[in-house]
Design a binder for this molecule. Structure first.
Ligand code: NAG
Ligand code: NAG
Ligand code: NAG
Ligand code: NAG
Ligand code: NAG
Length: 449
């Protein structure tokens, strides 16, 4: 009798440990469920299909490139269409113009995923995306973010170039001495998050009614506002929202500055930065609070457990891809594989990236997966466009019947004229009274090189 009991206990222990150690994905799901009863509102929740239409508003200097990379890889694994910009827009949707469907590349006109920089026009974006699309964005603490913007754009942004000695303190002592609201890239010098979200960056401080309206708009549009300072926790919420697997949210940090290009903020600066970027500060405080309310609803034990599992899985992935640890961060010039060089804003900032050691790649498909994990934004956008253009060409040449072919030919004609319609608009602007706008598109093209 007691022998039988011991045997049963041993059997249970060994099955569980077998599951936990060798079940891979299953063991992870099991662990997550064991820790998070709140995840299962009804018994079949674990079987719900993954959500596959996502609009991510990519904001500036907020770890958004890392989120974009997660979404791009998800899209590729699931054969989803990613909405990408036309060539004239560079790798952004003609930012800082407000988003328009005209900016979407004709080979990607029915996207399920969109994740490139744009200035939001929510109703226009809704007309492009499937009706069930989930809208997500990310914010970053305004003081850290502004320090980052100031350093990243110190050579591009007129408002920053005017500052003597490139001194952040000098700028904050009297921002209006240097800031021109109508400069072509003034959106990087004040309330950048507000601008990206489609709001008005120059509302006078104290216009509380406007701030409230902006927050309500953002709440109406977005199902989740992630917070860069709480990145892994935000990813846990994203995973739940989209019903994705842990594997779907693994990442390697992208588009960072080298430690030498960063600086810590002296006493008093954060408050000055928040006052100058008062709308962004309001947004941030509001949505950081709502993020934590939602994390509380999930349960802190459950969230902590998922974050731990996420980091373990990430370490495993990095080990599998790159050997013991992440490849060393390198400055762009040091990266031998050109495909892996991140775009550099100026000679004064180092945006670091990864180089893959020639012996570090794994056989076959996995090498590709590892490469994509560290592929910078511009190169990844190009890659997706190549894949999707190819897919579209194959699909159209596979169609046999004559009437269908002529429909396609008509569609192609239409696509061509849409492109022509866009081209002249941009060039006209450069020559006409809106030369500012033309200069802007030159600016974004410069970002490509
Ligand atoms: C994606 O497409 C490829 C080639 O068309 C196919 O082999 C693969 O099974 C598809 N994957 C999914 C998840 O649909
Ligand atoms: C946003 O898009 C809608 C149509 O989708 C358009 O009517 C509206 O004018 C746009 N808003 C701005 C401010 O451009
Ligand atoms: C700029 O730097 C120079 C030399 O380091 C210094 O003399 C000058 O006062 C600085 N100007 C400002 C506005 O900080
Ligand atoms: C966000 O809110 C949480 C909860 O109130 C707080 O603990 C955390 O410090 C805030 N994060 C930042 C970066 O302010
Ligand atoms: C890869 O090469 C580097 C330097 O050439 C070496 O230090 C490392 O041990 C090698 N790794 C493997 C897995 O062979």
């Amino acid at each position: 009798m007691s022998q039988k009991k011991i045997f049963l206990v041993l059997l249970v222990i060994s099955s569980v440990s077998l599951l936990l150690h060798h079940g891979g994905h299953f063991s992870w799901t099991l662990k997550a469920f064991l820790g998070c009863p709140a995840l299962r509102p009804h018994p079949s929740a674990g079987l719900k299909p993954k959500h596959t239409s996502v609009a991510f508003l990519k904001t500036h200097k907020t770890a958004s490139t890392t989120v974009q990379n997660i979404l791009f890889r998800f899209a590729e694994r699931h054969n989803l269409t990613v909405g990408l910009p036309v060539q004239a827009c560079a790798h952004q949707f003609c930012y800082p113009h407000r988003f328009s469907r005209r900016y979407v590349h004709p080979h990607t006109t029915h996207p399920q995923i969109i994740a490139s920089h744009m200035r939001l026009n929510a109703s226009e974006l809704r007309r492009l995306m499937p009706p069930d699309a989930v809208y997500v964005t990310i914010l970053r603490e305004p003081a850290a973010m502004f320090e980052s913007l100031f350093s990243y754009y110190n050579q591009h942004c007129g408002s920053f170039r005017r500052v003597p000695n490139g001194s952040l303190e000098a700028f904050l002592d009297g921002p209006l001495r240097y800031y021109r609201p109508r400069d072509m890239d003034a959106m990087f010098a004040r309330n950048t998050l507000t601008y990206d979200l489609g709001g008005e960056k120059d509302r006078p401080p104290g216009d509380v009614a406007y701030a409230g309206e902006l927050i309500r708009d953002v709440e109406r549009t977005f199902s989740l506002v992630m917070i860069a300072e709480h990145f892994d926790e935000s990813l846990v919420l994203l995973r739940h929202l989209l019903n994705w697997d842990l594997e779907d949210i693994l990442y390697v940090k992208l588009n960072m500055r080298s430690p030498g290009s960063r600086r810590s903020l002296g006493l008093g600066l954060p408050a000055q930065i928040r006052a100058w970027n008062w709308l962004d500060a309001r947004l941030y405080d509001h949505f950081n609070a709502s993020l934590w309310r939602r994390l509380d609803e999930l349960g802190s034990a459950c969230v902590e457990r998922e974050v731990r599992l996420l980091r373990l899985a990430r370490d495993r992935l990095v080990r599998g891809c790159f050997g013991g640890q992440l490849p060393l961060l390198r400055t762009s010039a040091q990266i031998e594989n050109k495909e892996l060089r991140p775009w550099q804003p100026s000679a004064m900032v180092d945006i670091v990236g990864y180089d893959l050691p020639p012996n570090g790649t794994r056989p076959g498909g996995q090498a590709q997966e590892c490469l994509k994990l560290v592929l910078p934004e511009v190169q990844y956008s190009r890659r997706l466009l190549r894949i999707q253009s190819l897919r579209q060409r194959r699909a159209s040449s596979a169609r046999p019947s004559a009437p269908l072919r002529s429909t396609l030919a008509r569609r192609r004609l239409h696509v061509g004229s849409a492109r022509n319609a866009l081209g002249p608009t941009l060039t006209q602007r450069a020559a006409g009274p809106q030369a500012r706008a033309g200069a802007l598109s030159r600016f974004s093209r410069r970002q490509l090189s």
